[in-house]
Design a protein around this ligand. Structure first.
Ligand code: NI
Length: 175
């Protein structure tokens, strides 16, 4: 178990093609534990494997948001598929662990249903409304290489790039 470094945009690893999981083996279970540790260390509501540099098609959602008990372990979504997304939309600011201190207004479906395999190897479905739908679709986007900056124009994208590069230069100076 380990807290891993979160990959920050514009690192090209965030655009890697993701690979489906063939079997829940020790590698996948170790990845799940690292994702749990990293998500909690970073106070994330969710995290995708690609955000710690691993292109496995898998993301996690914090248990309470995913409709489980808050003391349950984070919910793993492995090889997820979108079963349904509503035409009705919601508009709200969205953050991402790969874009520290950046918030972008993103229009998303109000409700979404995802089918995935759990860390126990069983298929399951979760339907979310509001923030859960937003979180599920945001994490799903990571697995297709889609990022928050893809929702803004080129000028705003440049501003965000400068901000994050300045922040990472500062962090480097402190170490
Ligand atoms: Ni994200």
């Amino acid at each position: 178990m380990a807290v891993r470094d979160v990959v920050v945009w514009p690192d090209p690893r965030l655009r890697q093609e993701t690979q489906p999981v063939e079997a829940i083996d020790d590698r996948v279970r170790a990845l799940y534990r690292d994702l749990c540790d990293t998500m909690y260390a970073e106070n994330g509501l969710g995290i995708a494997a690609i955000q710690i540099g691993d292109p496995t098609r898998m993301f996690l959602v914090e248990p309470k948001l995913a409709g489980r008990d808050e003391n349950d372990p984070p919910v793993a979504f492995i090889n997820p598929e979108i079963v349904f997304a509503s035409e009705e939309t919601q508009l709200s600011d969205e953050g991402c662990l790969s874009f520290p201190d950046v918030f972008i207004e993103v229009e998303r479906p109000m409700r979404a249903r995802i089918r995935a395999m759990g860390i126990d190897g069983q298929m399951f479905e979760v339907e979310g409304e509001g923030l859960l739908a937003r979180c599920l679709l945001h994490e799903y986007d990571h697995l297709t290489g889609k990022l928050l900056v893809d929702f803004v124009g080129p000028l705003k994208r440049q501003m965000i790039k400068r901000k994050l590069q300045k922040a990472s230069a500062r962090a480097g100076g402190e170490l």
